[in-house]
Design a protein around this ligand. Structure first.
Ligand SMILES: [Fe+2]
Length: 215
């Protein structure tokens, strides 16, 4: 099948490009891909559109980090559309994939409209929750010399980026991760978010008790 061949080709391209960046971003892409397909199936969304959108959604993130583009969602959407058209996929298909990618991040009032865009947005945010979300927050924290625990979570409005040593994943949890469940668009996403949120809640409760020597 032609579409499958294109998918395999782009899969290799995305993996090579993201691994070259030295980060583990491709692991995130693979997790989002698996989750997005599962949510798409349960929600009756177009699995093909969702699959391509998940694969290509963060392709230009490294360029945003380097300050070369303003928004990786917009840049990745444009590149994705080009990549699909160049490989002979239809204009309509390429446009639907690009729409998902463009709106997977809230910016300039852009909201995911189609069911496929909503699925991608949910899968992407879910990857910041649950056991994976905690693990990612600590990996990030380790990179920036953060602490295991801090007494008072800081108000994120005054500390954008949360990269410094004065923060901890607890701050990230209190201010951001614990609220992601409110930003789900699909019923399936909400159900998964509820499960993952309970796990995170339990983890940080346990962590606090251990830090205080109570457990
Ligand atoms: Fe992502």
């Amino acid at each position: 099948m032609e579409t499958e061949r294109v998918f395999r080709e782009l899969y290799d391209l995305v993996r090579a490009e993201m691994e070259d960046g030295g980060a583990h971003d491709f692991d995130h892409v693979e997790r989002v891909l698996r989750l997005a397909v599962r949510i798409a199936e349960e929600e009756g969304a177009d699995v093909e559109v969702v699959r391509f959108a998940a694969l290509l959604h963060d392709l230009e993130r490294a360029r945003e980090d380097r300050g070369e583009v303003e928004c990786h969602a917009t840049a990745s959407a444009e590149r994705a559309e080009r990549l699909l058209l160049e490989r002979g996929l239809s204009r309509e298909f390429a446009a639907r994939v690009a729409e998902c990618i463009r709106s997977h991040r809230f910016r300039k009032g852009l909201h995911p409209e189609s069911i496929e865009a909503r699925v991608l947005s949910d899968a992407d945010k879910l990857d910041a929750t649950g056991a994976v979300g905690i693990a990612r927050a600590y990996l990030f924290g380790g990179k920036y010399g953060q602490r295991v625990w801090e007494e008072e979570p800081k108000d994120v409005r005054f500390y954008p980026g949360m990269r410094g040593a004065e923060y901890s994943p607890r701050t990230e949890y209190e201010l951001k991760l614990s609220r992601l469940r409110e930003r789900m668009f699909t019923a399936t996403g909400r159900r998964i978010a509820e499960h993952r949120s309970r796990f995170m809640e339990l983890f940080f409760e346990e962590l606090e008790k251990e830090v205080r020597g109570e457990r």
